[in-house]
Design a protein. Structure first.
Ligand SMILES: Cc1cn([C@H]2C[C@H](O)[C@@H](COP(=O)(O)OP(=O)(O)OP(=O)(O)O)O2)c(=O)[nH]c1=O
Length: 208
C-alpha cells in the first residue's frame, strides 16, 4: 500500500517534532491543541508531588494524545491516528521542564554544568479508543560551563521552549561530552519508538 494512503495528526506545537516526523517520511497534519481564546485542551504540565520522571512523561503524553483524539470528534475531522509527545530533562531524579525566564535558565544550566543527566521523551499514539505509549531515555554528560558561557548561551535565545533550557540541536552541542540513547528523543520525538508505534498501528515507514 502506498505511503500516500497513510497519514496521521501530530498534536504538537513543536516545529522540531514536525521536522523529525518529516525525516522518516510520515505524512501528517498538525492538530493545534492550545487555542489562546478557549484553551479547552490545555493540559496541566506541573509534576505531581513525588511523581517519578517516567510516570510524569507518560501521564502528560497520554493526556496530550487523548485531548488530540477527542478534538477530532469535537471538530468533525477525518479519523486518523493522533501522535503526541513530551520531553523532560532529569537531574538527580528531579524533573527540569522549560525555563520560566532567563534567570531560571541560568540556574538550570548551572545545575547541569559538569554533570550527567537524562532526557526522558515519551510518545503516545491514539487510535480507535486505544492510546499506545513508548518511552525513550537518553543519558548526556555536560562539560563544566563557566558563568560567562552560561550568560552568553542564555542571551543567544536558544533556551526558550526547551526542557532543561538547552538545545542539543543548537550551540549546546558544544557542552555535551558524551551521550547514549536517542538523539531524536532528546530533540523531542524519538524516531525509533515512533516508527515502532506507527508500524504497530498499520502505518509503514518503509513501503513501496
Ligand atoms: C533537551 C532538549 C529539549 N528540546 C525540546 C523538545 C520539546 O519540544 C521541548 C520540551 O517541551 P514539551 O512540553 O515536551 O513540548 P512542547 O511544549 O515544545 O510541544 P508540544 O506542543 O508537543 O507539547 O524541549 C529540544 O528541542 N532540544 C533539546 O536538546
Amino acid at each position: 500500500m502506498s505511503a500516500i494512503k497513510h497519514s496521521i495528526y501530530l498534536a504538537s506545537r513543536s516545529a522540531r517534532r514536525r521536522e523529525l516526523l518529516r525525516q522518516i517520511g510520515i505524512r501528517h497534519s498538525v492538530l493545534l491543541m492550545r487555542e489562546t481564546l478557549t484553551r479547552p485542551a490545555d493540559i496541566d504540565e506541573s509534576p505531581l508531588p513525588n511523581e517519578a520522571p517516567a510516570d510524569y512523561v507518560y501521564r502528560v503524553t497520554h493526556a496530550k494524545a487523548e485531548a488530540g483524539w477527542l478534538r477530532l470528534g469535537q471538530r468533525n475531522l477525518p479519523v486518523k491516528p493522533v501522535l503526541a509527545a513530551d520531553t523532560v530533562v532529569v537531574l538527580d531524579g528531579c524533573i527540569l521542564g522549560k525555563p520560566r525566564d532567563p534567570q531560571h535558565a541560568k540556574t538550570m544550566l548551572g545545575q547541569l554544568s559538569g554533570r550527567e543527566h537524562q532526557v526522558y521523551s515519551a510518545i503516545g499514539l491514539a487510535f480507535q479508543q486505544q492510546i499506545r505509549l513508548r518511552l525513550s531515555v537518553s543519558m548526556l554528560r555536560f562539560r563544566e560551563i563557566s558563568q560567562q558561557e552560561i550568560d552568553a548561551y542564555v542571551a543567544g535565545g536558544e533556551i526558550y521552549d526547551k526542557a532543561g533550557a538547552y538545545a542539543i540541536q543548537g550551540k549546546a552541542a558544544a557542552f555535551i561530552i558524551e551521550m547514549s540513547g536517542s538523539y531524536s528523543g532528546v530533540v523531542g520525538l524519538p524516531l525509533f519508538e515512533t516508527a515502532q508505534l506507527l508500524e504497530e498501528t498499520g502505518i509503514p515507514v518503509f513501503c513501496d
